[in-house]
Design a protein around this ligand. Sequence first.
Ligand code: ADP
Ligand code: MG
Ligand code: MG
Length: 252
Amino acid sequence: MLDIKNLHASIEDKKILRGLNLSIGQGEVHAIMGPNGSGKSTLASVLAGREDYRVEQGSVDWDGQDLLAMPAEERARAGLFLAFQYPVEIPGVSNAYFLKAAVNAVRRHRGLPELDAMDFIKRVKSEMKAVDMREEFLYRSVNEGFSGGEKKRNEVLQMALLEPRLAILDETDSGLDIDALRIVADGVNRLRSPERSLIVITHYQRLLDYIVPDFVHVLAHGRIVRSGGRELALELEERGYGWIEEEVAAAA
Ligand code: ADP
Ligand code: MG
Ligand code: MG
């Protein structure tokens, strides 16, 4: 459903992605691991359509559509969800208002009737229960003053409500504690379905103890240099990334 071919991208004239290839099938969970600075967050940002990145070459086909030609909001409405490492705070906008607007934008795009206030509240309350979030968070400004764990819950809540076709979670470097790890993992596991694809970007093999991926990829020097099953994550945990970098350098 997602087919990335020979993707080259840069930020501030710095070349980051250098010919990345990756295919994600419907219903699959893919983990992307890799050393710091290898381009994992860049890949997530390019897929989400963030403006500061320039794509120089390559293509991304999403169910027959040219993803790179779609504006970022259009990607989101069409069911792409990106959970960021550092969720944005939106002072003055209540979480309930924000979530309802986002859910209804997606529903309009899918040709579904919008949820009215009553239906939305019912829906959101049941999802909040699932992530163990108190109701007061509906009436607070989006992420403002939320603790790390509360932001994580809110992110998982957003994801559950939006029912994305493709969700990308970038969890790198964020120092997830064990609680946050569980929140993310439970959320992801509840969302696993044959219609939905998930990309989990992480430094931590530990997260993959809870979210068992179908495929594991290693990103290094702006490319996917190794792909395998979950045993690859275990091998990385044991041996680090050095051996892969050496192999890639030797083959170059
Ligand atoms: P990862 O997520 O794998 O740790 P990133 O995609 O965040 O890697 O970063 C890849 C490279 O791009 C790094 O060398 C980083 O320093 C650089 N980079 C990221 N953002 C910027 C930016 N705004 N300006 C310049 N360089 C950047
Ligand atoms: Mg990083
Ligand atoms: Mg990163």
